[in-house]
Structure formats: structure tokens, C-alpha cells
Design a protein around this ligand. Structure first.
Ligand code: GAP
Length: 452
């Protein structure tokens, strides 16, 4: 586990206590698989997305960004294979009506269900192992037959029929908008194959059993890149994408010993090869945070077939025509958020007291500095501290805090991972210096206000 001293419960509790993540619709008793990011959570999430965008768009000359509409013509999901093939095997407990994900329950008893299995094949495999599988809710072993449960979430946008004849879907994966705009991008920009398109977008999945906090949710967000390449140039581009994505996690400060690769034996319908980057989560251990997929020409060929639009590309350098192949990287923002938080979480003892610290890299810290007057009842210190706060917050997310004593302010700042605490005291009024306390070493130095 990330650091076996801490559990996911410690992380969940800190997230709630300090305004990182709240259970969705909490005042109504909640709603499974949904969470809201609070004031510090949204800052951390935005910083992760900014770091990703910088690495994948700003620093890569052959990549461009996109923000496509979530709703799409429903035929898109027929072409992509989601209306027919995007399902999880579900069975219901006849005693308590709990729904189980059959592949996950089989996995627990050492049996692998291939993603491509038909409903009949799944039922056969389930029947062979029924005696080993207990309902996680009531412990009984009496289940219904297995049904392939489609994960797409339906809506009625633009459907005025009352009977739901033309369902439209919320995106099952964010990346489809990139394929739909492949032609637009090559027609309107100077991008030539090989080039990549990056997008951060929401996806929705009717997960049978949302679980593990932000890990498996029904509403999620994905940071995707799709690299369009010449046919058969996938091997080298795939290896490069893997290397590149691994390094990105290290650049965020995630400890390398908490990361590992896992190759997919059971491939989803669009994939020729798939590797996951896994993070060693507290409590349940290594699990997927990002997938790198060799999608070949599957997506563009399907969209060409279903839309009737010619998506062949004429290579201006070689002069030949082809449907480009795709190498995809896809990371869930919620999972990356949880990995970054788990990796930064530390409990220490300082002078006999427990201190909880989030040791984020400064780039990711939700708040970069807290500015305080030494005493809140001295107007001259308060005025000066507010002046310093105003100056610093022009460039960075800072907070002004004059609640409680200075020790309490430090503890509060540590718990949300603030790298520097700046205190204005009487000496400030004389020589224009303030104390700057470092989150990790807890050392304090005097710095001139102009040099902050
Ligand atoms: N376009 C490719 C795709 O959607 P995926 O492996 O299904 O591939 C990519 O998803 C990433 O999205 C995963 O590695 C994970 O980080 C995130 N993800 C998928 N399902 C999720 C869920 N139910 N809750 C949270 N994150 C999820």
C-alpha cells in the first residue's frame, strides 16, 4: 500500500474535514458513485489538469487541444461499439437483491472472465463457479443468471417523442469527440500525421458497484491524448507514449515505488494492446490510474463506415492515402487526484503532538502561501499582513488567516499542504521583513517582502 501506516479512511476523512471532497447530494442522503470537489479539492484538481495540459499540449509542438460537446449524434456510440459492447456482467442476489459484478467476484476466487465473452459463455463460467461465490451483502449463494449490463447512460436531449425512441447518450468515454474532429483539425490547422489531440472531458458509466471513494465513480473525468500515426508505426509510438506517461507521474512528485505497469490480458473491443499504470493505493493496493491503448485504425474506420464521411488522410510528405492508426493515453482525473493525495499524506509527531501534512509539490498545492499577522488585535500588523496578501495573491492562490494562535494556523496550513506560511510581526514594521515557515522542514527564515 502507498504507505501502509495510513488507510484510505484517513484520506477520506481528511478530504471531508478540510474541504477537498464531499459526498455528492449529501443533504439528500447522498447518491452512489458521485462526489463533489470542495474549495481545496477544486484547486488541486485544476492544478493536476493544468500540469497535464502543459505537458501534453503546451510543451508538445505536434499536439493541439480540443473541447468537444459531451452529447453527440447517437450513431457515434453505435460506431464506437459502445451500444453493443460496453457492458459489465451483472447478477442479482435472489435473497437480498444486491447486484454483483460477476467478473470482479470471479476474480476474487481466482477465475478470469474475458471481456469479450458472450452472455452464454459468462453464464457457463459463472455456473461452474457458483458454489465459490457469496453475496458480498448477505453471504448467500443464490444468484440470478448473468446479464451483460450496458454501462452507457441515456438521456433525452433533443428527443421530444415521450417514448424515448431516440435516446442520446452521455459520453461513455471522453475521447470519441477527438475522432469526430480528426478531419476538422487536419482541414483547418497545420497538423500533419503524426500529430496528437489532447482533451479533458467528462464521461459517465452506469457502474454496477461504484466503490473505493473516487476510484470507481459513475461520473468521471478523463485526460486523453490520441496520437494519429501512419499505419504500422504503432510499436515505437506506443513505447514512447508509455515512457512519457510514466515520467509525467514522477514530475508530479509521485513516488516511483508506488507505480507499476500492468499489461491487459483481456482486451476491450477497440484495443490491440493495452497497458495500465497502476498506483499503490492505501488499503487496497495497486490499481489502474491510466490506460495506454493501441487502438489501430478501429475508431476512424468505424466512424467512416457509420457516417459515410471519407476519413482517409492523404499524407502530404509521402503522397499515399490511409486511415491513421491511434495510440491513446487516458487517465482519470479522480484517480490521479486520489493517487497524488495518498502519496502526499504524512502523519508525524512534533513535540509530542500529531501533525498531519500533505507534502504536495508546490505546483500542485491548492494554496501556495498563508499570510497572517502575528496578533489579530494589532491593527498595524493586520493592515500590513493584508497588504502582503494582496500583493502575493496577484500571482498565486494565497490565503489570509488571522484565526486562532500561530501554532493552530500552521497545523491548519499543513493539513491542506500549504508550502509556506508567512507571518507579519513587529519587526516587519521596522525593517520590512517577514518570517517564512517551510511546511516540510518547519524551519523559519526572515525574508524581505519584495523578495517573497
Ligand atoms: N478512452 C479509453 C478509456 O475510456 P478506460 O480504461 O475505460 O479507457 C481510462 O478509462 C481511465 O479512466 C482509467 O484508467 C481510469 O483512470 C478512468 N476511469 C475509468 N472508469 C472509471 C470510473 N468508473 N471511475 C473513475 N475513473 C474511471
Amino acid at each position: 500500500m502507498a504507505d501502509s501506516k495510513y488507510s484510505m479512511e484517513d484520506i477520506v476523512s481528511l478530504c471531508k474535514r478540510r474541504g477537498f471532497v464531499y459526498p455528492g447530494s449529501e443533504i439528500y442522503g447522498g447518491e452512489a458513485g458521485l462526489y463533489d470537489f470542495g474549495p481545496y479539492g477544486v484547486e488541486l484538481l485544476n492544478n493536476i489538469k493544468k500540469a497535464w495540459w502543459k505537458a501534453n499540449v503546451q510543451l508538445k509542438p505536434n499536439y493541439v487541444g480540443l473541447d468537444s460537446a459531451m452529447f453527440k449524434n447517437p450513431k457515434v456510440w453505435d460506431a464506437s461499439g459502445h451500444t453493443s459492447g460496453f457492458s459489465d456482467p451483472l447478477a442479482e442476489c435472489k435473497n437480498c437483491n444486491a447486484r454483483i459484478r460477476v467478473d470482479k467476484e470471479l476474480e476474487k476466487v481466482g477465475v478470469t472472465a474475458d471481456e469479450k465473452m458472450s452472455e452464454d459463455e459468462l453464464n457457463k463460467l459463472f455456473d461452474e463457479n457458483r458454489d465459490k461465490i457469496k453475496c458480498p451483502n448477505c453471504g448467500k449463494k443464490d444468484f440470478s443468471n448473468v446479464k451483460a449490463f450496458n454501462l452507457l447512460v441515456k438521456s433525452n436531449l433533443g428527443d421530444f417523442t415521450d417514448t424515448g425512441e431516440r435516446p442520446v447518450y452521455l459520453p461513455g468515454e471522453a475521447c470519441q469527440g477527438i475522432y469526430l474532429n480528426f478531419k476538422n483539425i487536419t482541414d483547418t490547422t497545420r497538423m500533419q500525421v503524426p500529430f496528437g489531440v489532447a482533451q479533458i472531458g467528462k464521461a459517465f458509466r452506469n457502474e454496477i458497484s461504484p466503490r473505493n471513494f473516487l476510484f470507481r465513480t459513475r461520473e468521471l473525468e478523463q485526460m486523453d491524448t490520441q496520437l494519429f500515426i501512419r499505419p504500422n508505426e504503432n510499436k515505437e509510438n506506443y513505447e514512447k507514449a508509455k515512457e512519457d506517461r510514466w515520467k509525467w507521474y514522477l514530475s508530479l512528485g509521485v513516488k516511483e515505488e508506488n507505480l507499476r505497469w500492468k499489461q491487459h490480458e483481456n482486451l476491450v473491443f477497440y484495443c490491440k494492446e493495452a497497458w495500465d499504470i497502476e498506483y499503490n493505493f492505501p488499503t487496497w493496493g495497486f490499481d489502474e490510474i491510466e490506460g495506454i491503448h493501441d487502438r489501430t485504425d478501429y475508431d476512424l474506420s468505424q466512424h467512416q463506415k457509420f457516417s459515410g464521411t471519407d476519413l482517409t488522410y492523404t499524407d502530404p510528405r509521402v503522397g499515399d492515402k490511409y486511415i491513421p492508426w491511434v495510440v491513446e493515453t487516458s487517465a482519470g482525473t479522480g484517480r490521479v487526484f486520489l493517487a497524488v493525495l495518498s502519496d502526499a499524506y504524512v502523519e508525524e509527531e512534533v513535540n509530542g503532538e500529531k501533525r498531519t501534512v500533505l507534502k504536495f509539490k508546490e505546483e500542485l498545492a491548492p494554496i501556495k502561501a498563508v499570510v497572517s499577522p502575528l496578533l489579530r488585535n494589532k491593527p498595524e500588523l493586520v493592515e500590513k499582513a493584508k497588504e502582503v496578501f494582496e500583493k502575493l495573491s496577484q500571482d498565486k492562490m494565497c490565503e489570509y488567516d488571522d484565526n486562532g494562535n500561530i501554532g493552530k494556523r500552521y497545523r491548519r496550513a499543513d493539513e491542506i499542504g500549504v508550502p509556506k506560511c508567512i507571518t507579519v510581526d513587529f519587526q516587519t514594521l521596522e525593517d520590512g521583513t517577514v518570517t517564512v515557515r517551510d511546511r516540510d522542514t518547519m524551519e523559519q527564515v526572515r525574508v524581505k517582502i519584495e523578495e517573497l
